[in-house]
Design a protein around this ligand. Structure first.
Ligand code: PBG
Length: 322
């Protein structure tokens, strides 16, 4: 062993050689594209805080779904913005709520496209928190019941995968039971298992109009310095019936993705969140970096860390490039 017998540069000597020995490849099959649907008609409204992203209404989301499916992206992740918000977020589980109608439209327009729904109350509550407020705090168990109702209503509308993003304890169990009891045993759960209280969600809160009216989410989302706790969260969600577990955000948490990959056997998803997306876009627009190259490098790093599934606002752009 050693120089000059070993020259590491031999295998980097040409594009074909590099292609041959390349270990990690991001594929269109790995991608999930988030979509925002809001109450109304004929809406295709650019989201100011998120370059290239739009809010759709239920009647326009079908053609967007067709476009996503034609790029061979396997799945979309749906977020809803209702007209009416209340204390408990009751539009979240309304049979003809904005998400439920959008699911039906997408399924009609692009039946092969998987519909994943974000299951959370923050877009539906008047106070913007992810659950029911009791004595100034988000109450865990009563929130879980409402999340289970919401997930069930998504399944009834045709969702393939429900994705709770609230970080209540036990919500996967509540959701799994509700699905089982109502004949939706084949609906999968992708839990936001290790979701950190992150400043990287900034641009999204504009897109989903879901910023909390008071306080923050630190009493339910995870504290960024903690890593072992993420393993405990993931283990619990798998035990409660999650089929896919997610780490979120992705880029500042690659160590968490890596550790989860070493330790668990189920598919691992990573959410390349709005702030990560916009840092690349803004730096690119300023001419400071090569945006496409940075996009590839970022997404490759998430895959290399061990993610099987990457949820990203870059999905369409990447699919066109590959
Ligand atoms: C809702 C939810 C959020 C995101 C996904 N689901 C916001 C939050 O928790 O504050 C963030 C997505 C992104 O930033 O791209 N609970």
């Amino acid at each position: 062993m050693g120089f000059p017998k070993n020259r590491m540069r031999r295998l980097r000597s040409s594009p074909a050689m590099r292609r041959l020995v390349r270990q990690t490849r991001v594929s269109v099959n790995d991608l999930v594209y988030p979509l925002f649907v809001r109450e109304g008609e004929g809406i295709e409204k650019p989201i100011k805080s998120m370059t290239g992203c739009y809010q759709f209404s239920p009647d326009t989301i079908g053609s967007q779904a067709v476009e996503v499916a034609s790029l061979e992206i396997p799945a979309v992740l749906l977020f809803g913005l209702p007209d009416k918000k209340d204390e408990i977020g009751s539009e979240a589980w309304a049979e003809n709520g904005v998400v439920q109608r959008a699911i039906r439209q997408i399924k009609k327009a692009a039946p092969e496209l998987l519909v994943i729904t974000d299951v959370c109350l923050c877009e539906f509550t008047s106070h913007g928190h992810c659950g029911v407020i009791e004595n100034g705090k988000v109450d865990n168990d009563s929130t879980c019941e409402l999340l289970a109702k919401t997930a069930l209503s998504h399944a009834q509308a045709g969702a393939d995968i429900v994705a709770p993003s609230d970080m209540m304890d036990g919500r996967v169990k509540y959701i799994r039971e509700a699905l089982e009891e109502n004949g939706f045993e084949n609906v999968a759960i992708m839990s936001y298992a290790a979701k950190y209280a992150s400043a990287f969600y900034g641009p999204f809160r504009d897109a989903a109009e879901s910023a909390p009216a008071f306080g923050d989410r630190r009493a339910y989302q995870m504290d960024p310095p903690n890593a072992d706790e993420a393993m405990a969260e993931i283990a619990l969600d798998i035990e409660e019936g999650a089929d896919i577990v997610m780490v979120k955000p992705a880029l500042a948490y690659l160590d968490i993705i890596y550790r989860a990959r070493q330790r668990f056997d189920c598919p691992i998803a990573a959410y390349n969140v709005s702030g990560e997306y916009m840092m690349v876009n803004v730096a690119g627009a300023e001419g400071l970096v090569d945006k496409q190259a940075i996009m590839m490098e970022v997404l490759t790093s998430i895959k290399r860390a061990g993610a099987d599934i990457i949820i990203t606002y870059f999905a369409k752009e990447l699919a066109k490039l590959l």
